[in-house]
Design a protein around this ligand. Structure first.
Ligand code: PLP
Length: 421
């Protein structure tokens, strides 16, 4: 079995005892830009934002530091699994770190939504025999063949007739396929609408479902309301819509997969409803539309792991409300930029513990380290007015779609990786 990627066993005993010794392990004695892999314990962690401030100051990281907290992850997963009225699948793409995957498995998340052969191989290696759902609607034929022949994958999603034919060809007309027709659902209040790119449109959905039924040993319907869905009524509407499509198609559907989209709290003043309320609304919608006869699944990503990750970045320069930091949209902050623009919760860690600052917060924008002017994050990031070069900022809720998107563009790919376990 592959060993965890982020754990440095060599460092564990020191940090496990006391963070007061952190000075002794100060990054950068030899090379401030050399990535380190570190292991911390719960006592080293801040209530919400990864590592404690004293520890960050003592380590004085010169490159970004990504922090994964397995305790938070386990707690969130436990709560989610308990509340969901069906079986929870994990969308591996949002954080494929084996440490998270193992912690997730331990909490009862035993099915995996995989998008590529890489993810199939990863899960197959970590959890041989775990049910794999190949949920990318448009796949390479070779990937389908390899998934079927080599990894025993039988569950595939599709949203066109062409993809159905591709799956049949690539599996030599297999008769043991579990096929999921992904349908486009009405748009709601989401960070990214997922029905513009994938999902059978209303005018095609029924016919596709009927045709797929002729080839599937087990037929399912799936949808994705869009990620970071802060309006729970979107799920109720999508379930009603899916139930209508299934009824009209008059086919024997066995499974309804309601996708991902479950949100994290980005703004403490304006949090989404608790996960239990989401699940209650979903349960009621399933009852109201006679969907309880189906096996119910979801493919959750962000809602399971976002809370468990944070990122410590350093301010390298300031121009008014614009802070130039050492990480950005080509690194661990992809979703903070561009069209998505998620305003992650931020906390200032002053370089000097005793510097007299102000607690008055004002909105800041962030600029990433690359020379690309789209590498900007509008936020707003609420920080004390005295923030200055040399300070660190801890950004929270980055356990999903954070590290996984990091590139080495402009040579800024180096990152310290820390695990609180
Ligand atoms: C097919 C599919 N399922 C599930 C997810 C997970 O979505 P979320 O992180 O919003 O829960 C995604 C995200 O891209 C996806 O593409």
């Amino acid at each position: 079995m592959e060993s965890p990627l982020f754990v440095s066993v060599a460092r564990q005993p020191e940090f496990a005892t006391s963070f007061a010794d952190a000075e002794a392990f100060r990054f950068g004695v030899e090379d401030v830009f050399a990535p380190q892999k570190l292991h911390f314990t719960l006592q080293d962690s801040h209530l919400h934002f990864g590592l404690r401030d004293e520890l960050v100051r003592a380590m004085a990281p010169a490159i970004p530091m990504s922090v994964l907290n397995t305790h938070v992850m386990a707690q969130t997963a436990r709560r989610f699994v308990r509340a969901f009225p069906g079986d929870v699948m994990y969308a591996v793409k949002c954080n494929p770190d084996p440490i998270f995957l193992r912690a997730m498995y331990a909490q009862g998340v035993r099915r995996f939504d995989v998008a590529s052969l890489y993810e199939i191989n990863l899960i197959h290696t970590l959890f041989p025999g775990a049910p794999l759902y190949f949920m990318h609607p448009i796949k390479a034929p070779e990937a389908i063949t390899q998934a079927y022949d080599q990894y025993g994958v039988r569950r595939f999603v599709l949203d066109t007739m062409d993809e159905l034919e591709k799956i049949l060809r690539a599996t030599d007309d297999a008769n043991d396929l579990e096929l999921y027709v992904r349908i486009a659902v009405p748009k709601g209040n989401v960070a990214t609408d997922f029905s513009t790119k994938f999902g059978a449109r209303p005018e095609h959905a029924e016919a596709l479902l009927r045709r797929t039924a002729q080839h599937a040993a087990h037929l399912g319907v799936s949808f994705h309301v869009g990620t970071q869905c802060t309006d729970v009524s979107v799920y109720a509407n999508a379930i009603a819509y899916a139930a209508g499509v299934i009824k009209a198609a008059e086919v024997d559907v066995k499974t309804l997969d309601i996708g991902g989209g479950f949100p994290t709290t980005l703004d403490e003043q304006n949090p989404p409803l608790p996960v239990e309320t989401y699940m209650q609304v979903i349960r009621e919608a399933l009852q109201a539309h006679d969907c309880e006869k189906f096996e119910i699944l979801c493919e959750a990503g962000r809602g399971l792991v976002a809370d468990a990750g944070s990122l410590v970045v350093r301010v390298e320069g300031r121009k008014g409300d614009l802070l130039y930091i050492n990480d950005g949209t080509y690194g661990g902050l992809f979703e903070a930029g561009g069209a998505i623009g998620l305003p992650y919760p931020a906390r200032l860690i002053r370089r000097e513990a005793n510097r007299l600052g102000t607690e008055t917060l004002e909105p800041f924008r962030l600029a990433g380290p690359t020379c690309d002017s789209v590498d900007m994050m509008r936020g707003p990031y609420m920080l004390p007015t005295d923030v200055q070069a040399g300070d660190w900022i801890a950004l929270d809720k980055l356990g999903a779609y954070g590290e996984v998107s990091r590139t080495n563009f402009n040579g800024f790919g180096a990152v310290h990786k820390a695990v609180i376990a």
